[in-house]
Design a protein around this ligand. Sequence first.
Ligand code: HEC
Ligand code: HEC
Length: 364
Amino acid sequence: MNRLSIIILIIFIISGCDKYEPDCNISEVCSETFTPTNISLTYPNNFPSPNTPEWNPLTEEGVNLGRHLFYDPILSSDNTISCASCHKQEYAFGDNTQFSFGVNQALGTRHSPTIMNVAFQEQFDWDGKSNSLEEQASRPIFNEIELHNNNWSEVINRLAMSDIYPDLFCAAFGTEEIDSLSIVMAISQFERTLISSNSRFDQWLRGEVAFTSEELDGFNIFSSERGDCFHCHPTGLFTDNIFHNNGLDSDFTDMGRYDITGNPLDKGLFKSPTLRNIEFSAPYMHDGRFNTLDEVIEHYNFGGYDSPTVDPLMKYIYTNPYNIPGLTGLLLTEEEKANLKAFLLTLSDPLFIENPNLSNPFND
Ligand code: HEC
Ligand code: HEC
């Protein structure tokens, strides 16, 4: 081959072929070079099995595409907001403001939750309205206070016109044809790689580090009737991934789970959030009402507010761990509160927050 034809061949490979060229079959060119690399998730044995569907196995190329989509404002109607605008790595893929801005500076009424260890959960959003990550991923695309698109074709058109996406889709799915399913599949693949399991707590469980006496007492408060946190935030994922009313209010402005099920017993119930990396994900609760962990601990120490749907596990609304007549709440001393907080801080995993594989690929 002479030099000119080599150059032409290289240009052909790099640019793919022109869609409108009759002799050029895009999918054929693409599928010929389609050799995705399967990857499997590594996770500790106190996590449940991953929720990865058989039809969406993780591949390096799919995760790479999903990572680009997650960080790219191209998914929003006016090219200003990405998933990562509200789900920032430094805040454990949550946000540090009470409510986050979507397209046109629109503000919602719920705090952006963290996205962490979601490969091991079954229900998503504070009220569990999404039953899979694939289903969840399309919700923000159309939500007026998030990415605010009207239909899939406008999203697909923007991606198809871009310099990078046809190649990234080709590498991930063997076709340059972009469709809604492959978009949510790739985003979900990336989300499944957001695994945090190397906190000081995990290292302590593995016998690699020792807890201080404060951390140890905090752990005992957390996982005994003294604090009674472990029922809803069991060690492992630190969420039971089900819905509770943890006594924040006696009247509800946000009905939570009830809006999904219509069951009056679900009024004011929200999904227990994970407590991993809780140091990084303030403010707290579905409406971001608490700014600090101290405020959260005060809430549980006081016992919480009574209401018809309050969880039976919030028993210290009516009593206390020592059955002292007439007193309610956890009755934690200042020292015990500090120890509980010291334990919660052992759930921080700085390497997750800084993991370069999970960061914005456009900054690489
Ligand atoms: C404007 C801010 C904003 C944008 C943009 C946004 N989200 Fe969210 N996200 C939220 C809020 C708020 C919730 C909680 C919604 C609810 O409970 O109704 C949420 C919930 C989630 C959850 C559920 C987490 C869990 O543990 O239940 C996932 C996963 C998620 N978003 C992924 C994404 C993806 C993927 C994108 C981009 C396609 C995206 N988000 C765009 C604010 C945002
Ligand atoms: C009855 C179940 C239940 C118990 C017991 C419980 N929690 Fe929670 N926790 C929840 C639910 C549900 C939420 C979210 C509530 C909401 O946003 O409306 C939550 C939220 C939190 C948050 C905020 C997380 C975030 O990302 O916003 C922290 C921190 C927390 N709990 C710590 C604790 C501690 C510490 C204890 C023990 C003293 C405890 N919880 C006991 C169910 C429970």
